[in-house]
Design a protein around this ligand. Structure first.
Ligand code: PLP
Length: 408
């Protein structure tokens, strides 16, 4: 098969789309006024931001005044969790419920709060990578300040039952936040109907630029100031607004949330084809995360006897951009906390690959991925001493086989 270039890392970031770029450009070169300025090009920039807020609010079923622009998902998560924690601590509530496999923007914020005297419950996510409303209900206490649970996991793509979890929180009178960075554009979201009190999202995962996102906070939730200064974002996050990025974000949200079911169906078909193809061709492999309750474009597979980084480098040489479960960015060799939270041994978690596919992927691209992954895994295994031991059923390796498909 002829070599192709396939960007299959859309959960890491995405290409800025033409429509988003087109929406942004005038705000660099024509409508470049400071939105707080009094003359025409300032006023029009200010108006544009408010229109963007309205457009976003109408997609998610909330009021424009409930949308606060941020620099992205991490900032929104920090603001929501630290803000809620500070407010609730004043009422004597210092317990937070989250899951073991949140994004680090949530987990590390919770760890910081633990050092500040908060108690955090990290709900286990089971072998399939899901949490249930019952788990949340059982974890809620008198002093629970906040429940924060991601809508969809960024590594294994599992989608949580968010409306049901929100309902449990409300029944018990507890504030509910969700990191919906991966869910936006893949799952229909209406914050009012789904009972979401606070929600984080990020532009660069849905074809807007990096460094823009928002926090939705339901009316009545008074967020503490994040940045002191001017009156932007109701004075709670000062600093001249990033007008082009905000305009691009509005367009990206509209584009991503139009025809979700049609897009999901199309992408899911290609995903299923790739998963089936790889699992049929490659022995001693496993799909991570629930097969049905997952994002349309997420494929996360572990291969026994394969080292994640080698796999990614060889896929790159073949024109495929993918990512692995091991945290190579942090310079540590520890496998991903998400894969470990599923109960996978280090040896299995280490040989993992995440493909996050999105338009304009085709079935033919899918065939190329299947063929390339099959070839590359075989090549790496032929050089792997661990694979040799596994094949020879060397002592200590049988346990690993129970996590993957059979060798023959
Ligand atoms: C990417 C991501 C974030 C961080 O968003 P940034 O805009 O890069 O800060 C947070 N949560 C999840 C689930 C993500 O996938």
């Amino acid at each position: 098969m002829e070599k192709r270039f396939i960007y299959a890392d859309n959960s890491a970031t995405t290409k800025v789309s033409d429509s988003v770029l087109g929406e942004m450009l005038p705000y660099f070169t024509e409508e470049y006024g400071n939105p707080s300025s009094i003359y025409k090009i300032g006023r029009s920039a200010g108006r544009a931001i408010e229109t963007a807020r309205e457009r976003i609010a109408s997609v998610f079923g909330c009021q424009p005044s409930e949308i606060y622009f941020t620099s992205g998902g991490s900032e929104a998560d920090n603001w929501a969790i630290r803000g809620a924690a500070a407010k609730m601590a004043a009422k004597g509530k210092k317990h937070i419920i989250t899951t073991a496999f949140e994004h680090h923007a949530v987990l590390h914020t919770c760890e910081y709060l633990e050092k500040q005297g908060f108690e955090v419950t990290y709900l286990p996510v089971g072998e399939k990578g899901l949490v249930t409303p019952e788990q949340v209900e059982n974890a809620i206490r008198e002093d629970t300040a906040l429940v924060t649970i991601m809508y969809a996991n960024n590594e294994i793509g599992t989608v949580m039952p968010i409306p049901e979890i929100a309902e449990v929180c409300h029944k018990k009178g507890v504030l509910f936040h969700t990191d919906a960075v991966q869910a936006v554009g893949n799952v229909p979201i209406n914050v009012a109907e789904q009972g979401i009190d606070m929600m984080s999202m990020s532009g660069h995962k849905i074809h807007a630029q990096k460094g823009i996102g928002f926090l939705y906070a339901k009316k009545g939730i008074v967020l503490p100031n994040l940045i002191y200064g001017g009156g932007q974002e109701k004075g709670r996050r000062a600093g001249t607004e990033n007008v082009p990025a905000i305009m691009g974000l509005a367009r990206a949200v509209e584009d991503a949330c139009a025809d979700i079911s049609e897009k999901a169906e199309r992408i899911t078909k290609i995903r299923e084809h790739i998963i089936d193809g790889i699992l049929e061709n490659v022995p001693a492999a496993r799909l991570n995360g629930d097969r049905e309750k997952r994002l349309p474009g997420n494929i996360n597979i572990s291969f026994l006897g394969v080292e994640g980084e080698s796999l990614l480098l060889m896929l790159d040489m073949n024109g495929i951009c993918a990512s692995s479960g091991s945290a190579c960015t942090s310079g540590s060799l520890d496998p991903s906390h998400v894969l470990l939270s599923l109960g996978l041994p280090h040896e299995v978690a280490h040989g993992s690959m995440r493909l996050s596919i999105a338009d304009p992927i085709t079935m033919e691209d899918g065939d190329y991925i299947i063929e390339t992954v099959t070839k590359v895994v075989e090549k790496i295994r032929n050089m792997s001493p661990l694979w040799e031991d596994i094949k020879n059923k060397k002592q200590g390796t049988e346990r690993l086989l129970s996590f993957v498909s059979p060798i023959e």
